[in-house]
Design a protein around this ligand. Structure first.
Ligand SMILES: [Zn+2]
Ligand SMILES: [Zn+2]
Length: 351
């Protein structure tokens, strides 16, 4: 089969590799669509994990084969697969901090080499513990591309659940890439007022359609002053940081009121330093917190939201590319143009 193999910093080559073999309790999925995620890009551009690996964790496809003892699925089922499953028994799982579970971090899907998601390949092997608890059927009428959005939506739903925006609150969401836009959609459901920022005009237009009351270009006006003007001089009750550029956390604090909460969602690099006034946190009584990855507990709700059509998630898909063009997909995601948002790889397409 064909797969996009990570071979070292910034190098991904489309190669012929063996189709994975499955064991008892496992399934083989023929990958029809897999989204490109910023965490894939970081691993590839900053060489975070040893090569060779096959990345891609927003995977949807068709069950091609089932191992002995698999009863929930049969060949031909259309499915979306979660790639992590917590052990449910360790210190962190007992506290529902699933993303910190050591087992959770061991990826249960592989297209070969060290398990790493494998969605950027024509077939993936899904290990038994994922088959049991992490695979969802895709309803008729829902495209594979739409189904790939279950995983990223889950990560945002987990964060929004944690932030708990309330109807009377004013929420600022900095960055309106695919993740920022999902935050806008999910926050809109809570009834809170929303102001978003992005330098790309097309993204601001989509944000307005997704529920943002204000969509501003942070280069064109003083965002903190605009928010204060609309909140009795106070600032936002909640700020969600959904982009990582220098100075953005300082900007988030400037936009926020004393006693507010500030979520860091895009600060995934261990080398990125953030600068802020200590007094803004201590004297200003702000809560600065992080949230990362998806929650198995929210998987069925996420699937429901993506499949059910309540959220306009298909607006987020801008490009569909065959595997051979994956490098241009990475470049588009790294340097988004006015029209690029979520980029989906379709490994069964020849061109
Ligand atoms: Zn992702
Ligand atoms: Zn655990």
């Amino acid at each position: 089969m064909q797969a996009a193999v990570y071979r070292g910093r910034s190098v991904v080559s489309v190669e012929e590799v063996p189709t994975p073999e499955i064991g008892p309790g496992e399934i083989l999925i023929r990958v029809e669509a897999c989204g490109i995620c910023h965490t894939d890009l970081k691993k590839i551009e900053y060489n975070l994990l040893e090569p060779p690996r096959i990345y891609g964790h927003e995977t949807a496809g068709v069950v091609a084969a089932v191992g002995a003892r698999v009863t929930r699925f049969r060949a031909g089922d259309r499915v979306v697969a979660f790639h992590h499953i917590p052990c449910q028994a360790c210190f962190y799982c007992r506290r529902k901090n699933y993303a910190q579970c050591a087992v959770y971090k061991k990826v249960g899907i592989t297209a070969g080499f060290e398990p790493a998601g494998g969605g950027f390949a024509q077939y993936v092997r899904v290990m038994d513990w994922i088959v049991e608890r992490g695979v969802e059927k895709i309803p008729d009428g829902v495209s594979f591309e739409r189904a790939t959005l279950v995983e990223p939506l889950n990560t945002c739903l987990k964060a929004v659940t944690q932030c708990d925006p309330r109807p009377e609150e004013f929420v600022a969401i900095l960055g309106q890439g695919p993740i920022g836009l999902m935050f806008t959609m999910l926050t809109h459901r809570t009834g809170a007022r929303i102001a978003v920022t992005d330098t790309i005009g097309e993204r601001r237009e989509i944000a307005a359609r997704c529920g943002a009351e204000f969509a501003w270009d942070p280069g064109a006006l003083d965002v903190a002053a605009e928010i204060k003007r609309r909140t009795g001089g106070r600032g936002a009750d909640l700020v969600i940081v959904a982009a990582s550029v220098a100075g953005i956390v300082d900007q988030a604090i400037a936009c926020s009121r004393p006693g507010s909460r500030i979520l860091l969602f895009a600060q995934t690099s261990a080398t990125e330093r953030i600068e802020a006034s200590g007094a803004d946190i201590c004297v200003g009584e702000r809560t600065l917190f992080g949230c990362y990855s998806a929650s198995v507990e929210l998987q069925s709700e996420s699937a429901h939201l993506v499949f059910g059509g309540e959220l306009p998630v298909e607006e987020l898909i801008s490009h569909r590319l065959p595997l051979v063009k994956i490098r241009s997909g990475f470049d588009l995601a790294l340097h988004p143009g006015p029209k690029s948002l979520k980029i989906i790889v379709q490994p069964q397409r020849c061109s």
